[in-house]
Write a protein that binds this ligand. Structure first.
Ligand code: KG4
Ligand code: ZN
Length: 335
């Protein structure tokens, strides 16, 4: 079965073709980052309009890459939430319409399930059960994954998501949007141990996170400094180290709590080198990640999640749909 996947929940248009026998056939991505950078963040209406422009050409591109025609698509998967309502509606409208025109099933995919399953596209793929750490611009989640669709959210951020905290801290240090990768690069020139930032919510039980205080801590440290390039690098390093330590402490706690020995990390921040080094060094734990280009939003994870749920691809032949800007993982059931 060949599944066309469409991702349009935020500021990336991602399209891919996944074959349940042959694996990933092709994928293409257009990032709107340059357009939004001018405004210092994602402008939802501009995002929707750009998805309208890019989705169909990207679909033609993945079909050409895979040397397939439209009628060789067996099912269409699209992101139905969580995300920006208007942006989601573009992918949903196009996905549903194509499925209807081709007389093939369509499937509404949960974006966070897409991230969560994305490391299964790699070799070796993690076996179930595992703990999943989902770290993106919009979410910070620790999930006990027993099987596809059996998700128990163990912890989440009570305020800023990790990626959001990276981006806000980078912004106050004068870096472009989205600042996560810039802050990580700057941290490489930082002086270890010059500043000590707190590890929020680690000295009490539980698996929730809070990152907004770290951003304020970074701001106060920056305002108290000479504001030199070295100060910037030292603050970037102290911030990143505190985030990475905090995530590692909570992962260890979640693994201990469930007795699992596998940890799967996904979402934009899973590209962070310091985070990977820290988690890889945890004794007795096997850690799995998506390849770098699939850490952030992409169509491959949506095509794959759709394929994994193929048994459920039966209902809905008509192009009737809705999207869910909020869609908790807890509400999913096995296919
Ligand atoms: O998963 P993603 O592409 O989009 C969402 O669904 O949010 O994640 C984007 C987030 C941004 O906040 C970005 O700054 C962050 O991931 N990010 C990083 C790195 N690469 C991307 N944060 C820290 N270090 C990185 N290397
Ligand atoms: Zn995402």
């Amino acid at each position: 079965m060949r599944v066309l996947g469409i991702e349009s929940s935020c500021d990336e248009t991602g399209v891919a073709l996944y074959d349940t026998e042959k694996g990933l056939l092709s994928h293409a991505l257009f990032s709107q980052i340059e357009m939004h950078a001018e405004y210092g963040g994602v402008v939802p209406e501009l995002a929707s309009r750009d998805h309208i422009r890019k989705t169909l050409p990207l679909i033609d591109e993945v079909l050409a890459q895979a040397k397939l025609s439209r009628d060789e698509i067996d099912a269409v998967a699209y992101t139905a939430g969580p995300g920006l309502a208007g942006a989601l509606l573009v992918g949903a409208a196009i996905g549903r319409s194509i499925a209807w025109a081709l007389d093939k099933p369509a499937l509404a995919v949960n974006h966070m399930e897409g991230h969560l399953l994305s490391p299964l596209l790699e070799e070796p793929a993690p076996a179930f059960p595992f703990i999943s750490l989902l770290v993106s611009g919009g979410h910070t989640l620790l999930v006990d994954v027993k099987a596809v669709g059996e998700y128990e959210v163990l912890g989440e951020s009570v305020d800023d998501a990790v990626g959001e905290a990276f981006d806000k801290t980078a912004k106050l240090l004068g870096m472009p949007y989205p600042g996560g990768p810039y802050l990580a690069a700057k941290a490489e020139q930082g002086t270890p141990d010059r500043y000590e930032f707190p590890r929020p919510m680690t000295n009490r039980p539980g698996l929730d996170f809070s990152f907004s205080g770290l951003k304020t801590f970074a701001m106060n440290t920056w305002l108290d400094s000479e504001q030199s390039e070295q100060d910037k690098a030292d603050i970037a390093l102290a911030f990143q180290t505190a985030v990475v330590d905090t995530l590692a402490i909570k992962c260890k706690r979640a693994l201990k709590h469930t007795g699992h020995s596998r940890l799967v990390v996904a979402g934009g921040v899973s590209a962070n080198k310091a985070l990977r080094e820290k988690l890889d060094a945890m004794p007795g734990v096997e850690v799995y990640y998506p390849r770098q280009q699939f850490c952030s939003d992409n169509g491959a994870m949506i095509a794959f999640a759709g394929a994994v749920r193929q048994q459920a691809l039966t209902m809905l032949e008509r192009p009737v749909f809705s999207v869910r800007p909020r869609w908790p993982l807890n509400e999913l059931t096995p296919p």
